[in-house]
Design a protein around this ligand. Structure first.
Ligand code: ADP
Length: 668
């Protein structure tokens, strides 16, 4: 690479590096003796000066070429005159590639203006040199950050035709700075994104950074915390607590959480939960702590309330006179109150025994049949995922103690949580019922024979074969006959209900044709309907049900009798049978007086009537629907009524399908 010396002396002839010296040599021959010495002396001085100049130029070249930083000399338009190897390396080009180019060709577009400003400031004498950070674009198209110092190179006439620039590659430092700034920005964004209060402290417990939430909580700008300790921003009692908590974390080197109670200026109590972490440098030296804190006042309040309500619930749970158990989804007992422990014979202290003890129990249904596990109320509530209510069950403990209970179970309305089971001890009621049933059975049996002979005798009297009675006598005899009839029906119904409840063979199921059943019921009831001037309409399916023919006939006729009894003349009673999945739904719909909503359920209990006068007015016993419910339920069916007062009632009951072929037919 050649050195252009114009910037050293622009008036020199570049073809002869030592012009003064050659002129002197030409004049030597004509100089007088006295001058010769002077000339020789002067020539020697000039030779020495030239030697020094040459040495200086070589030193400059050595420095220029060997410099560890980039140096270039360029004209006032930025055109390269001279570039050292280091700058070539920085830019990634050879001198041959750079020669003829301007430094502006390799300047980052955003830094061209500042470069031109720099030239201008030096040329106008505003500054003697110009230093700034400038970006070049290297041969790979990458940004090279440099620290650039530009100085003028005036010629002998003090005119600035050239500049010299010293260029330090600061890209690594810039990258480090950039990544530091990026990570600081990320840290800030991260901190500010945390809804909780967050901070960083050095190991002297001075704040390095806090997030927006922290600043907002204290009403101070985030930057105003930097360099401060808690002693400068909190009351002493709080600062002391924070100080020792943080010290604890730094000394133990472990992440710890703390709860702090604060009282604000309005004397409101606030609770904060903080988690503090030690921070270490790459050498494992502790450099500070990071912390995060959350206002848990509301949580504390809820916890307190929960604790109080749990204690109330526990106290209530324990003193409840009915047994209550909570099971998991597998039916394992999780909680049991005192009453349930007594009923189920569970150990009072050791709950680990409960499931074993529960498995030892024997459960019997009201007909004294041992229940399958799948029939247990809690198992049904779990598998059917619905509330199962009031199932009368006899619980027999291994040592023989037995308790009649009414069991209800309800799935806990959170997924996979199990069930709550309640046990109401009905042993006394069952005993009373048993006594009542026995009494009814005995008296009914005892009444049946004398009633039969009484009815026979009264019937004979009524024929007149034993003498003619006067009108008064006939009237009394008719009353006696009617009452005897009613008493006989009552005795028959009581015995029927007893047999349905206690006889194991009360129901005998077989395949029955639905249409035949309906026909027989209609035929039996038709005279009564005609007498009451009520019409019957039947819609039926042809097919079979799996049922006890006579018992279902009994249900149908009882419902039809009631419908006729309570229907106005000329109204129509509609009877339908329709298929529903695996069952048949029967409906008996009338336009009668209807049933009040509070009686909708109770009329299915024995001796229950909407109105006590019904029995006198319509001659019923109040046992018909109780018998119907018993019959239907023994067929695994359901019976219920829907009714609107003054509009009419519809009685429904379902029965399981038999093996049948279905068809639909309507008959008036
Ligand atoms: P009863 O022998 O008294 O009819 P049930 O058990 O058959 O006994 O009926 C109980 C009561 O239910 C009746 O006394 C009556 O009050 C009411 N009831 C039954 N069916 C109807 C109906 N279709 N319309 C209005 N009330 C009815």
């Amino acid at each position: 690479m050649d050195i252009c010396t114009d910037y050293i002396d622009s008036s020199s002839d570049t073809s002869d590096p030592y012009p003064d010296f050659s002129l002197r040599q030409e004049g030597e021959a004509v100089l007088p003796e006295s001058l010769e010495l002077k000339v020789r002396q002067r020539t020697s001085e000039l030779q020495q000066a030239n030697e020094r100049l040459r040495e200086s130029a070589e030193r400059f070249r050595a420095i220029f070429e060997g410099a560890a930083i980039g140096i270039d000399i360029f004209d006032t338009c930025g055109n390269f005159i001279e570039i050292n190897q280091k700058l070539c390396d920085i830019l990634g080009y050879t001198w041959a590639e750079l020669e003829g180019h301007s430094c502006l060709d390799f300047t980052h577009p955003d830094d061209i203006q500042i470069t031109l400003d720099c030239f201008q400031a030096i040329l106008t004498g505003e500054v003697s040199s110009y230093c700034f950070e400038k970006r070049f674009i290297n041969k790979q198209g990458e940004i090279v950050w440099t620290n650039l110092t530009v100085s003028p190179l005036p010629n002998a006439a003090k005119k600035i035709n050239h500049f010299i620039a010293v260029i330090e590659d600061i890209t690594p430092r810039k990258q480090t700075e950039e990544s530091l700034q990026t990570s600081e920005r990320k840290l800030k964004a991260f901190l500010d994104n945390i809804p909780d209060i967050a901070w960083l402290k050095d190991k002297k417990q001075k704040y390095i950074a806090v997030n927006e939430a922290f600043a907002t909580a204290f009403g101070i700008k985030p930057e105003d915390f930097v360099g401060k300790t808690d002693w400068e921003i909190c009351p002493p009692y709080i600062a002391e607590k924070f100080w020792y908590d943080t010290l604890d974390v730094m000394v133990s080197g472990k992440r710890k959480s703390f709860e702090t109670k604060l009282v604000d200026s309005d004397l409101n109590t606030m609770w904060f939960e903080s988690i503090k972490n030690p921070i270490y440098d790459s050498q494992g030296e502790l450099i500070g702590t990071a912390g995060i804190a959350r206002n848990i006042t509301e949580r504390k309040r809820i916890e307190e309330e929960l604790k109080r309500s749990q204690e109330q619930y526990k106290a209530l749970f324990e003193i409840l006179p009915i047994g209550v158990c909570v099971t998991d989804t597998q039916g394992n007992i999780l909680e049991a109150n005192l009453a349930s422990k007594q009923i189920l014979g569970l150990s009072k202290e050791d709950c680990s025994q409960w499931n074993h003890q529960a498995r030892q129990l024997q459960l019997l249904d009201p007909k004294a049949k041992v229940m399958e596990t799948s029939q247990f109320t809690c198992v049904r509530a779990l598998t059917e995922n619905k509330i199962i209510k009031d199932r009368e069950t006899l619980i027999v403990q291994p040592h023989g103690k037995s308790t009649w209970v009414s069991i209800s179970a309800a799935p806990i309305p959170l997924s996979d949580c199990g069930v709550v089971v309640t046990y109401v001890d009905i042993t006394d009621r069952k005993k009373a019922e048993h006594i009542k049933d026995e009494f009814l059975a005995i008296t009914s049996h005892e009444l049946r024979t004398p009633l039969t002979s009484l009815r026979g005798a009264l019937g004979l009297l009524a024929t007149g074969q034993l003498g003619i009675l006067n009108e008064q006598g006939k009237k009394l005899l008719n009353f006696a006959l009617a009452d005897t009839e009613r008493l006989t029906r009552l005795v028959k119904d009581i015995l029927d209900l007893q047999s349905l409840k206690f006889s194991k063979n009360a129901i005998e199921q077989s395949n029955c044709q639905i249409d035949t059943l309906l026909d027989r019921a209609i035929t039996a009831i038709l005279p009564l309907a005609d007498e009451a001037r009520v019409k019957l309409s039947v819609t039926r399916v042809t097919g079979n049900i799996w049922a006890d023919r006579d018992r279902i006939l009994q249900v149908l006729t009882n419902l039809l009798e009631n419908a006729i009894k309570f229907s106005p003349a000329e109204s129509t009673i509609r009877v339908t049978a329709q298929e529903e999945q695996d069952r048949i739904l029967f409906k008996v719909k009338d336009r009668g007086k209807g049933i009040p909503s509070d009686k909708i359920e109770s009329i299915f209990a024995p001796f229950e009537q909407v109105d006590a006068s019904d029995s006198r007015a319509y001659g019923g016993t109040g046992l018909g629907l109780a018998i119907c419910r018993n019959i239907v339920e023994q067929h695994q069916g359901h019976i219920w009524v829907e009714s609107t007062l003054g509009i009419g009632s519809t009685f429904y009951f379902t029965l399981p399908l038999g093996n049948r072929k279905l068809g639909v037919e309507t008959m008036e």
